[in-house]
Every structure is written in C-alpha cells, then in structure tokens.
Design a protein around this ligand. Structure first.
Ligand code: ADP
Ligand code: MG
Length: 703
C-alpha cells in the first residue's frame, strides 16, 4: 500500500464501498489522509465506573456481564442492553436499533465505551455510546475521537477504522514549506499535522494541526489576491496629474469643509490616480460619512486632466440622486454630467457647445452615447446598464462603483475591464482606475482573503454635528406606545420611514408574521389619519418610485411605508424616525444601512426595531441598540450568519474551508505576509510552486 493505491484494493473495501467513497471525493489512499474530520468528541477522560459522574463525557473499560435485545414498548424499536463491570462498579449500557450488537459483543468480552454518563432512576448508565473491543490501539474511545462528514453506509466509525492504519503513510508526504517559514510562524510539520488532525494526542496537538493545515488552506487564497494585485500593476492606466490649484478650487467650492478622514482618503486617491497602472481601492465609510464628495473629487481631478469618469450605482433612484448631486457639485466648473439607466438617458451640461433638449435634461440615448464617445460628456452616472458594449468612451480613466456590496463580483469586474477595453484606437487596452465604495464594512478577515487584491481606505469620521440614532427593540406589547411617540414626532413636523420585509402578505405559513408594506400602509393610514402616508416598494414603476421619493423629500408625506428599496443612499434630511418591521429578518449590516436613512442632519433621530420573535435573532438585534459602528456590526453579522449570508460570497472558495478559521485574523495576517513575500520568489521554491498548482481544487480566485 502506498499513497496512490486505489482504495478499492484495501482490505474491507470492495467495489460497493469504493463507489460510496467516490461520492466523498476519496479515490486513493492519499485522499483518506486529506479527508478531514468535521468535529471531534473528546473521550480522553478515561475513568472507572465508580468515579463516573452524571453529565460527564468519559471513557470506561469493563467486562461484559450480560447483553440482550428487547423490543421497546411501542414495538418499533429494538433496544440492546448490556451490563459491564470494571471491578469498581457496574453500569447499564443501551443502544437503539442496532440488534446486531448482540452478536458483535459477547458476554465476557472486554470492551471500551465512551459517551455521556446519565442518571436514570438513580442508576448511572450510558445511552448509545461509542464502543470498541479493548486493544492497544483505541480508535473510537479513550482519546479525542474524529467525527467525519458521513454518507449513506459510510459512518465515522468505519472511517476511523480505515484511516487510522493509513496514517503511518503521512511521513511519505513531503512538506513543501521551507523550514525557516515554519519556524517563523510556529507551524507544525505537515506529516505531523496530518496525523494529528485525525487522531490528536491532546488538545494542543489538535490546535497545532489546525493552525498548520489552516495556513495551508488559506495560503493559495491569499496568494491569488497577491497575484491579482501584482497582475494589475502590469496593466496600463492613464496616470492623472495632480494640480494643487485645481484641487483647491474644488474644495473651496464646497459648502462645508472636508473632514480629516475625507482629506486623508482623498490624498490616498490622488496618489493612486498618479500611477500608470490601475488603482483598485475600496473606500469604506459608515453611512453618512460623506463618500460621495470624495468620489466627486476624484472624478473632478480626472476631468480636469481631460479624461472621463463613470460611476455605477445599484438602483435607479440612487442613480438619479447621485446625478442630481453631481450636477450641483460640478455646476460651477462647467462639467457635463450624464445619466444612463435601463430606460432613460439624461444629460445636464454646462458646456457651451452642447445644448440640452429641454429643462428636465432628457436626451436620446444615442445622442448621449455620441457625446460620450467624442468626449463632450465628462462624467457618466448609471445603474448596471453602464456595462453595455454600445457605451464607448473617448478617454475613460476612472470607474467608480457605489454601494459595491450590492453588485456581484462579475459586474464590478465588467465595469473595470469591459469599460476599459471597449475603447478603440490608441488607448485600447488601457484600464480605468477603479474605486469602489461601501458603507457595509468588510471585516478584516474578509479584507485579507476575498478582497485580498484591494487597497482599503476608511473614512472613519462623520461630518460634525451628527447625532447617534437612538435605537430600541420594540415588542408587540409596546407597539401602541411606539405609535404615540411617532405621533409626537410627526406633530413637530418630522417624517418617518416604516420598512417592511415584504411587499404583499405571504400565504406561506413561515411568513405569517412577516409584515408586508401594502398591509401596513392600509393600517397606518387609519392609525395616523391626521397625517399623510405614502407607499413605495420594488414593484412600483421607476418613474413613480422617484416621484414618491421626491414627494417625501418635499414633505408631501409624513410617513413613507417602504420595502428595503430605500436601503441605499437615499437622502431625506428631515426624517427623524425609522421603524423596521419584523426586524429579525434583516442582517445587522442591512439594519445599520437602514438606520442610516435617519439622523442625516442635526435632528435627534430614532430607529425602532419591531420584533416579536423570541428566537436567537433577538440576541442579534440587541447589538443594534448598543453598537453604532458599522464595522463592529459587520463582524458580529459575520459570526452569526457566516460570510455567505452576510456578504453574498456563497460562490467563493473561502466557504469551502475545512480547517481554517477565518476569524483568526492573526493567522490570516501572517499567511498574507508570507504570501506577499513568497510570491515574488516562487521560482526559488519549486515544492511550494508545485503544491500551489495542485491546490487549484480550491476555487482560489474571486474572478
Ligand atoms: P455616504 O457616505 O453615506 O454616501 P453622503 O456622501 O451621501 O454619505 O453624504 C451624506 C451627507 O453629508 C450629504 O448631504 C453630504 O453633502 C454631507 N457631507 C459630506 N461631507 C460633509 C462634510 N465634510 N461636512 C458636512 N457635511 C458633509
Ligand atoms: Mg452614499
């Protein structure tokens, strides 16, 4: 037997088992070694019957005094009962629906059982323990025991039995990590780690194995980030000149002074744009931290250097809002701003040589595209419809994605890559600098892994005068009180958002208590009959949606009932309350975003989380009341819901990690450090290089 022996040839594994193992990805002996346990049972507490205490998980060794099968009272189940004795006492052992045990275990046998000690009618006993006949080589008891992912007919017990004897071959597996690296990061030898991950001698042995194998798992992922990052430095981009006077003009035109955080991040962007390879920077800043103006500053620098910039946003409402605010920002400079969404094209141009058709800036799409292509429009805002082969630029140098978490990796990449290569002529193949913005902070662990190719800037300061939004969880018994409070706010001419998870009532039983916008709208119209109530949701036509939002902004409604379509970016400074119905259905990051819809001016604001659910989500919600820092909430969300749900990264290899703990940021940072150091020297480490080529099994690249 060697590492490459097909499992079929092992004793006890015939064609049938080989087929079952195939479904677990095990074809040859080596695959067994890399088939890691899902968890462990700690049966290392070996004791005697007299010392076994109820509630403890222990291993006991004893002689079998008697063993018999009987039917349970309902006759559906067979119960096997045995009595064992170890000289200090006797204990009853029961197993369910394994009648064959009566033949496997005989009176007089010396067996070892491991499990939880229970008290039944004042007698200690064990139910369904792990068991085996006593030997010098315990596999299922007397130690930390591996529990594997199982499949029909392939149990952990069976796997342990197969894997344990194979482990002597681990010493034939070559360690590809150089000695000095193992020393530096205190990493165990690979063979030792592979042995210990299955049958650890103790907890420390297991922890060391996990550290080493976790490092091995993360390493290719981290390396792919490094590779992409270095790859980008080999691409071409338009370096943008920085002219201090020009920059000062922009800053002076603003109605406020930039916060220190905004200045710091702007400076990082200036340095990015100067480079002749594309920047790839994520700007992270809490809701209301003023990301738009930083983006506008970058676009301004680009336009002043005779290039174009685009900005992609996730919804049409937001596209129009950004269009409006960018028009205002750029008005003093005579910079043309265009808008493209799925259905319409708008152009606001302050340029003398281009005339808009009419006041509301409507323009034919073809016309706008022509102006973009010949460079008369400098800035283009839009939804994902910006990624369209018919949109060509004269000299695109900057692409920005706002609320980047709302887009898929593909869309972000397409904006960066396709808007760059769509161009013809001498500039073909020149990529735009790329900035993405998000208020959903990306926890450090994911920054280092999934987003490993990005540079990150954080706007960690809110403009002065902002107040914390007071957040409360409201149970149904307090609903009336909450409504009275809302009424008071509305009476002092404030406005209120009411967010419901659904548009319409759902038939599904599981959704019975989930509030729908339509239903809530009807109800609130009656409750708040002295006030006007509006309704907006995902099925409302864009045009109408925009009108409703505009009307709300102009205080035509006091209350706006909405689905989470308002989540991103909408700016209604006079709104002072946001109510979120069935709040437990939302992630903390989304709730934080929604909460950011209020408290956008100096007005004292409130967020009320309505939740009748007494499940674990209540626990999760309580963090909203305590924590107002987006990054902390995102970390908590990540722990509660995992990266897939919290960050929409279901497709990514990071979710397939078997041993690595992505919350271990120390190990992550170390692995990353190593990845960066060694990427450049890969050729000097053929074993490592080889290993990386093999590990393409893990989907290492987010692209
Ligand atoms: P977000 O980061 O959530 O996208 P915005 O860019 O929409 O935030 O900014 C929120 C509001 O804060 C806007 O009305 C903007 O004009 C204002 N703002 C931005 N920067 C400052 C500043 N330095 N001082 C005062 N107000 C600011
Ligand atoms: Mg924004």
């Amino acid at each position: 037997m060697n590492l490459n022996t097909p499992v079929e040839e092992l004793s006890g594994i015939g064609k049938t088992y080989a087929k079952k193992l195939q479904s677990l990805g095990i074809a040859k002996v080596e695959d067994f070694i890399f088939y890691f346990p899902r968890r462990y049972e700690d049966y290392s507490n070996i004791t005697s019957i007299v010392n076994a205490k109820p509630g403890e998980t222990v291993t006991l060794r004893g002689g079998v005094w008697q063993i018999a099968n009987r039917k349970a009272r309902n006759r559906r189940m067979t119960i096997t009962e045995a009595i064992i004795s170890d000289g200090t006492g006797t204990m009853k052992i029961t197993w369910f629906n394994q009648p064959f045990l009566k033949t496997s275990i005989k009176v007089g046998d010396e067996i070892v059982v491991a499990g939880r000690v229970e008290l039944n009618f004042n007698q200690i006993q064990m139910a369904s323990p792990s068991w085996e006949k006593f030997s010098d080589d315990l596999k299922h008891s007397g130690r930390i025991v591996p529990v594997y992912p199982e499949t029909e007919g392939v149990t952990s017990k069976w796997l342990r039995y197969q894997i344990k004897p194979i482990l002597k071959l681990v010493y034939n597996i070559k360690d590809y990590l150089p000695e000095n690296v193992k020393e530096k990061y205190e990493l165990a030898d690979l063979p030792n780690a592979l042995r210990a991950i299955h049958f650890p001698n103790n907890r420390l042995d297991l922890a060391e194995a996990k550290k080493r194998l976790g490092f091995d798992e993360l390493f290719p992922i981290l390396l792919s980030g490094v590779k992409q990052k270095i790859g980008m430095t080999k691409e071409k981009a338009n370096p943008i000149n920085f002219n201090e006077t020009v920059a000062k003009e922009f800053v002076d035109s603003l109605p406020f002074t930039l916060t220190n955080a905004q200045k710091k991040v702007s400076w990082e962007i200036i340095k990015d744009l100067k480079k002749d390879y594309p920047a790839n920077r994520l700007i992270q800043g809490d809701v209301g931290s003023g990301k738009t103006i930083v983006a506008a500053f970058a676009m301004y620098l680009v336009v002043k250097d005779n290039c174009q910039a685009i900005m992609m946003v996730p919804t049409e409402i937001l596209a129009r809002q950004h269009f409006a605010s960018l028009c205002k920002i750029f008005e003093p400079f005579g910079i043309g701003v265009g808008l493209v969404t799925g259905k319409e094209a708008l152009l606001k141009c302050q340029m003398s040589n281009v005339k808009c058709q009419n006041d509301n800036s409507k323009i034919k799409r073809e016309e706008l595209l022509k102006l973009i292509k010949n460079g008369e429009v400098d800035i283009l805002v839009g939804t994902h419809s910006l990624i369209s082969p018919d949109i060509q630029f004269k000299n695109l140098a900057l692409a920005i994605v706002d609320e980047q978490h709302r887009f898929g990796v593909d869309q972000r990449q397409a904006l960066r890559k396709e808007s760059g290569i769509a161009r013809v002529g001498p500039l073909q193949g020149v990529f735009p600098h790329f900035l993405s913005m998000t208020a959903t902070p990306i926890p450090r662990s994911l920054q280092l892994t999934i987003f490993g190719d990005l540079d990150v800037s954080v706007i960690d300061e809110l403009p002065p005068g902002r107040q914390q939004v007071t957040t409360k969880i409201v149970e149904s018994k307090d609903r009336q009180l909450a409504y009275e409070f809302i009424e008071k706010q509305l009476s002092s001419s404030r406005q209120c958002f009411v967010i419901c998870p659904l548009i319409e009532e759902s038939e599904a039983e599981s959704m019975r208590n989930v509030k729908s916008a339509k239903e809530e709208y009807e109800k609130l119209k009656k409750i708040f009959s002295d006030f006007s109530v509006g309704l907006v949701h995902g099925k409302v036509k864009t045009k109408e949606k925009d009108k409703i939002m505009q009307d709300f902004k102009e205080k035509k409604y006091d209350i706006l009932v909405a689905t989470p379509v308002v989540e991103v970016g909408i700016d209604i400074p006079n709104a002072s309350i946001i109510i979120i119905e069935t709040a437990e259905r939302f992630g903390l990051a989304s709730l934080h975003q929604l909460r950011g819809r209020v408290g956008r001016s100096g007005i004292k604001s409130y967020c009320l989380l309505f939740s009748d659910s007494f499940y674990a989500s209540q626990n999760r919600l309580k963090y909203m009341a305590e924590i107002h820092n987006g990054i902390k909430l995102a970390e908590i969300d990540l722990k509660f819901r995992g990266p897939g749900d919290a960050f929409g990264t279901h497709q990514h290899g990071i979710l397939k990690l078997k041993v690595a703990d992505i919350f271990n940021t120390k190990l992550l940072a170390e692995s990353k450090d190593y990845a960066e150091n060694y990427y450049k020297n890969l050729d000097k480490h053929p074993k490592l290089k080889n290993k990386l080529q093999q590990s393409t099994k893990i989907s290492v690249s987010p692209n």
